[in-house]
Design a protein around this ligand. Structure first.
Ligand SMILES: Cc1ncc(COP(=O)(O)O)c(C=O)c1O
Length: 389
């Protein structure tokens, strides 16, 4: 079980990003955390070892990442997993058959798929609600509710959830309040400071930031929950390898720099698209026209690089995503390179079509992940692609 130190938390964000969790290598004094590419550790005598016995249980490179991200979130404990969905799987293993979860309806498609296709078969029960309206969370709570699970901003419709208000509902229901902070990252939003008990990350996205590994992470605040998550991490074993942990750790060092650039590019692109006659609607919490812009300004310190646009029809969306040149047509988000995607047929294809339509996730919706390239090149690329729409 990896716990942050007081020193990690004393420092400001960019300093934490570079230093938290890094322990100088005892052998050579390497400044960067080594990749401890080992499955096991030598024991000096029977039962006498240096605290490390087997790498599913503990690995120093993984621990450095766990401490680093937990410190960035201002939380107490960190647990790394082989993917964001493996982190979700470990979270839901805290529950037992008959337990109930209130979950945002507009979460990542894979989150919905795991809940409804796997966990529902094992007896967990789920109610999906629009968490932009916290009263709907309150209305969905039952005596069996153990977790309130939200994404904010949501993927890809950019709806926000009022974190302090939702956290209060969870607390009154004696349920854990869990926030997927993959989109905003701790640079722009810190859910634990706003009342969350756990934060989930797909580290595949902004935390790694270079689209070269898959990973997940849970930051856990209550000690007793952390002990149980630590048990599950070891007993179920969905841990990441040390090299992937190291790649992510290298990524988090530059998180502050990258997020500033994603945010600057996201704002410029959203404003430009908002004026474009061929774009019917722009979804970006940083635009004053966003229905929850005030809330965004209250609980976020920036809005990032994710922008969704409505182009009206599947044909127009298809023409657009197939004609960008700098924006690569690909799943995923949050890397230094710009990506474009079609949620209805890609990331959210596993959400039933009626549910997609009811919440406005149309066939004409396109999602952009603005990278850190020169924004003029990004806008020129979008401009030429929109001319063919
Ligand atoms: C918001 C969000 N949460 C969780 C996940 C799942 O993470 P992973 O793909 O690392 O399993 C994703 C993946 O796209 C995501 O966008």
């Amino acid at each position: 079980m990896t716990q942050v130190s007081g020193e990690d938390l004393d420092r400001r964000f960019a300093t934490r990003a570079v230093h938290a969790g890094h322990i100088p290598d005892p052998l050579a004094g390497a400044v960067m955390t080594p990749i401890y590419q080992t499955s096991t550790y030598i024991q000096d005598a029977l039962g006498r070892h240096k605290g490390y016995e087997y790498a599913r249980t503990r690995n120093p490179t993984r621990e450095a990442l766990e401490r680093n991200v937990a410190a960035l979130e201002g939380g107490r404990h960190g647990f790394a997993f082989g993917s964001g969905l493996a982190a979700l799987d470990a979270l839901l293993k805290l529950l037992s058959a008959g337990d109930h979860v209130v979950c945002g309806e507009n979460v990542y498609g894979g989150t919905h798929r795991q809940m409804t296709h796997i966990w529902a078969r094992h007896g967990l029960r789920f109610t999906f609600v629009d968490t932009a309206d916290v009263q709907r969370i309150a209305d969905a709570v039952t005596p069996a509710t153990r977790i309130v699970y939200v994404e904010t901003p949501t993927n890809p419709l950019m709806r926000l959830c009022d974190l302090p208000a939702a956290g209060e509902i969870a607390r009154r229901a004696n349920a854990l309040f869990v926030v997927d902070n993959t989109f905003a990252t701790p640079f722009f939003q810190r859910p634990i400071e706003l009342g969350a008990d756990l934060v989930l990350h797909s580290t595949t996205k902004y935390l790694n930031g270079h689209s070269d590994m898959i990973g997940g992470l849970l930051v856990v605040q209550p000690d007793e929950v952390a002990a149980r998550v630590g048990f599950i991490q070891n007993a179920a074993g969905a841990v990441p390898g040390p090299f992937d942990c190291w790649l992510c750790l290298r990524g988090t060092k530059t998180l502050a720099l990258r997020m500033r650039q994603h945010d600057a590019n996201g704002r410029r692109i959203a404003q430009w698209l908002d004026q474009h006659p061929r774009v019917q609607r722009v979804y970006y919490p940083g635009l004053p026209s966003h229905p929850q812009h005030d809330l965004a300004c209250r609980q976020m310190t920036g809005f990032g690089g994710m922008v969704s646009i409505e182009l009206g029809t599947l044909e127009r969306a298809k023409r657009f995503v197939e004609s960008t040149r700098v924006f690569a047509l690909a799943e995923s988000l949050g890397g230094v390179e710009s990506l474009v995607g079609h949620p209805a047929s890609m990331t959210h294809a596993s959400i039933p079509v009626e549910m997609r339509q009811a919440m406005g996730l149309t066939d004409g919706l396109v999602r952009l992940s603005a990278g850190i390239e020169d924004v003029e090149d990004l806008i020129a690329d979008l401009d030429q692609a929109l001319q063919g729409v």
